[in-house]
Design a protein around this ligand. Sequence first.
Ligand code: SF4
Length: 498
Amino acid sequence: MGNSMILLTDDLLLDYARCHRRAHLHHWGDRHHRAPEKDFVLKLRREHQQQIQTVLAGQRVATPEYSPQDWSAGAVATETLMAAGVEQIHRGILRWTEPLEELPQPEGLELVGRPTLLVKQPGVSRFGNWCYQPVNIKLGKRPKSEYKLVAMFQGLMLTHIQGATPPDPQLILREGSTHGVDSGYWWGKMLAAVTDCVRALRDAEAPEVFISRQRCSLCPWYDHCHGVAVATQHLSLVPGVTPGRYASLQGLGVTSLAQLAALEPQQVEPDIEPAIARHLQRQAQAIVENRPLPLGTAHPSPQPLAPIELYFDLEAEPDQDVDFLFGVFCVNHDKQTETFHGFFAEHPRDEPLIWQQFLALLHRYPTAPIFHFSPYEVETVKRLSQRYRMSQYPMRSLLPRFIDVHAWLMAVAVLPVENYSLKSVAKWLGFTWRDQGLSGDQTVCLYNQWLETADQEALAMILRYNEDDCRATHQLRMWLHDWSLRGETNFANILDRV
Ligand code: SF4
């Protein structure tokens, strides 16, 4: 099994650079455990194709003909174009199957690369007085290291195919900027990454799971990996356990949730700061005991129930730089009523209109506190007040009314949750979204769908999702209210319990 042929594509190497386990699962994993690509990932792919078309518009490019996935035919057709000396080749295939002297285990490898472009440059190659340079058009805004590794990997194949070292690869990024990849610096790093990746792919055992919200949320193997992590009570499920802290904990013999819950901070000094170690211990304890635990820091502002309270949540489409929905859930404690207001931009140009409607609503309840989850809402209010020059509704009186419920929660309690997203926290409180499985990323897809087709169901789903976010924030605020009434933030109480 370990000596079977390994197909290493540039996409697989990119996955390896992002998560070793993901590349391994792509190669070895049971396809039944792999979920279909998420709508947001498909949206990014479409945007990438549009970006490529925009960059190439008006340029002369030759495209080799081959059936999809037929790398062998694609490589032959690409080499024919290279030998003919065409200026630019789009969708070319680089393929190399001979042993490579640069790698420690050179046998049994099929390498495949698909640069966006191969661009003809001066030089001497086996084709004549020219050679080719890989150019990749990427959706990212920054020249990420994984893009550079992939470009160098293509350069490795190109070196052998054309019998000449190519000029430094180029990256064309989202806003059109171009970056050269320093081959002298990245060559060794690329060879090390390829060597590691091949070694990992030859091993039938998958690299250890490590759940990281940011990295795993769009991964098609998430459900499978999360299941493994839950079954093994993996420490990456404890909020605050980063890969670096995980390595420190492992090195110090803290390998289980129970051990972390019983940790004395001095056990892990100086690898982990005492305050952080104390927090990790408490977080693990909350999970092991499946109950919320108090924190010693009190929230600065007292939060008695106000007669009227507003719960605010935004939906935004960052690519179009538009905030397209301002949702406000109005709770009148005196009259026992609840009303949702959704100010929706039917087109991005309507943003100033819904901004004014939103401000008018806030003005109608001039003393009501405005609860929200995360700093994004207030940052947006500040940004839009600059953009649209708020006049009638002065910021001075508006800003102090905003209360970040997430910051309040983090200051007073530790919950038995895997992360402190609104989804995770509200789920622990028993709240359910009407459209289960929908995420903020997907509302962006739904908004684009709305813009293209005016689909009423897409609009209804966006509004329902936003209203449920507001309601979930309300439920959390009420829990925090009860929590503080019980005196759980009293430090003496904490000491009694520890
Ligand atoms: S879910 Fe996370 S750990 Fe699992 S393969 Fe994907 S990125 Fe890697």
